[in-house]
Write a protein that binds this ligand. Structure first.
Ligand code: NAD
Length: 528
């Protein structure tokens, strides 16, 4: 039983956009409507059907890959300046059309508008970063050779060809088109499969990208099940960018390995937060609320475990429970709610089962604890558990919902050990007044991103630095130089001068060895 109840927004949303606009967007799918089964897309806010998109087939993916490949060769010859210009126009279009995108995100995903806005901001940050850096990353770079000055070499990066992108439902803008932007900037074509629950935002974002100047056909969106469309993408493209569950990610990586193509997999997490006794409690409480409940907790980098130093655990828990209980839960397409709906019955079942199992084994909900069918079919209160023990499912399994557990610890060393005691390693957070000590602790946490005095935003929005998972949380990185160069093949071109040939070559192997010895000795002192 919860001790407090979450504030609610009782309004029933009138969803935007209307059916006509959604049908128009469905027409952008690279699959004919005729002869394809309709895939129903329902809004989690009401449970009602929003519209239908065609259920794509393997043939549709074949056609998409073939036509994308045909356009890609010319695209690879465009200058990086021209490509960056498209990103510049795209970010303006995304900002100008943000209300439409936010409506779509809320209607098909159920998230609160503030969480939807994070996707818009993320897309713009990516545009700015890659527009500014694509030229630098892709410029041919002179590299040292065995005979400096006599043999010259350049490192180049050439596009993979057609990149396949398989996206999840939790960030239908940032983790679909957003992750595709660096692939396109690197000179590739893109074939993208959105999750079947959230195709519309991706389609509108894709349309805006063409409006910004992306050549028609270079990017293609195919809707349909992972078992058909996702599989065909893995079999037919030249590199796969996958975001989703660890279970599916393992299969995708194994299949990519079999084909000897590269893949990047951004997977699950059971992300820890550490709270030191010296912390400003107001700041820690605010940070923990945002870190646990943004995007209704359906955020791969959201916090699900909080380790608090024992002297402050009682006060932190009481203040945190109050702040969580004051969150406004609701489904209006405005900024009046803090937390939205879960996306589906599966997600609701997962959180409900975790809470029931934990309570049956002795844990206690100090905030929330209940589903809220009065607000919509999949709403659930943001929930805080105490007294969680290792035999409870919630202790180690990812919930991927608005549920967090608080654990007291005796020392920060113990907190780091327990933070690392997981198969995952995606994101972590440390709240501490002594920032230098915070950085040293951060270096000991085995996670791809660690935020000091923030939950997840600071490291995520550091678009110049890589983001991704250690251990079972993934392979490869998005953002930064790696986030673009992973979509390329490295190539070395070396040119040998006539003089090099003359100086190197002796009449006998012994003479050649002797000349090379002399050249190697002198090369040691060259400054380049
Ligand atoms: P999921 O793995 O079920 O689905 C992800 C995508 O893969 C969907 O588009 C789906 O249709 C497709 N797919 C499913 N089976 C496939 C197959 N056999 N072959 C090819 N494609 C297939 O995951 P989900 O339920 O959509 O997402 C929830 C999970 O994703 C959570 O575990 C979460 O932590 C993780 N996630 C991670 C990140 C990250 O950046 N690390 C971001 C978002 C979500």
């Amino acid at each position: 039983m919860s001790e407090t109840s979450t504030t609610t927004d009782p309004t029933t949303p009138d969803l935007k956009p209307g059916r006509r606009e959604l049908d128009r967007l469905a027409g952008l799918v690279r699959a004919p409507r005729e002869g394809r089964r309709p895939l129903e897309v329902r809004s989690p806010l009401t449970g009602e059907v929003l519209g239908v998109v065609p259920e794509g087939t393997r043939e549709d993916v074949e056609a998409a890959v073939a036509s994308a490949r045909a356009v890609q060769a010319a695209w690879a010859r465009t200058s990086t300046r021209e490509r960056a210009g498209i990103l510049g126009r795209y970010q303006t279009l995304v900002l100008d059309h943000q209300d439409e995108l936010l409506d779509l995100l809320q209607a098909e995903n159920g998230k609160a508008r503030g969480s939807a806005f994070e996707e818009v901001a993320d897309t713009v940050l990516n545009c700015q970063y890659y527009a500014r850096n694509v030229g630098k990353f892709l410029r041919d770079k002179p590299r040292r050779t065995a005979l400096p000055g006599l043999v010259r070499a350049w490192e180049r990066h050439v596009p993979k060809g057609v990149v396949g992108l398989i996206a999840p439902w939790n960030y239908p803008l940032a983790l679909s088109i957003g992750d595709g932007l660096p692939a396109l900037m690197a000179g590739n074509a893109l074939v993208l499969k959105p999750d079947s629950q959230t195709p519309y935002t991706t389609l509108r974002a894709f349309e805006l990208l063409e409006e910004a100047g992306l050549p028609r056909g270079l990017a293609q969106v195919v809707t349909g099940p992972g078992s058909v469309v996702g599989q065909a993408i893995i079999e037919l493209t030249d590199y796969v960018m996958f975001t989703g569950s660890t279970a599916t990610g393992r299969r995708v990586a194994a299949q990519a390995g079999e084909r000897l193509i590269g893949c990047s997999a951004e997977l699950g997490g059971k992300n820890p937060m550490i709270i030191a006794a010296d912390v400003d409690l107001d700041r820690a409480v605010r940070g923990a609320v945002a870190a646990c409940f943004s995007n209704t907790g359906q955020l791969c980098i959201s916090i699900e475990r909080i380790y608090v130093e024992r002297p402050i655990v009682e006060e932190f828990t009481a203040r945190f429970a109050d702040a969580v209980s004051a969150l406004r839960l609701g489904g209006g397409q405005d900024y009046d709610s803090d937390v939205g709906s879960l996306i589906s019955q599966d997600q609701l079942d997962k959180i409900t089962a975790h809470i029931a199992d934990a309570e049956a084994k002795g844990a206690k909900a100090v905030a929330g604890g209940h589903a809220r069918p009065d607000l919509g079919p999949f709403f659930h209160e943001p929930t805080v558990l105490t007294g969680v023990t290792p035999d409870m499912d919630v202790h180690s399994d990812e919930t991927f919902g608005p549920l967090v557990s608080i654990y007291p610890v005796d020392t920060l060393d113990e907190a780091v050990d327990r933070a690392n005691d997981t198969d995952y390693g995606l994101n972590a957070s440390i709240y501490i007044d002594d920032v230098r000590r915070g950085r040293r602790l951060a270096e000991r946490v085995m996670a791809g991103t660690v935020n000091v005095n923030d939950g997840y935003q600071s490291a995520w929005a550091a678009t110049g630095s890589p983001m991704g998972g250690m251990k079972a949380s993934g392979l490869g990185r998005r953002h930064g130089r790696e986030g673009l160069l992973k979509y390329t093949e490295s190539q070395t071109i070396a040119v040998r001068s006539a003089l090099a040939e003359k100086l190197q070559g002796g009449d006998t192997p012994a003479e050649t060895a002797s000349r090379l010895t002399a050249l190697l000795r002198s090369a040691k002192h060259l400054p380049f």
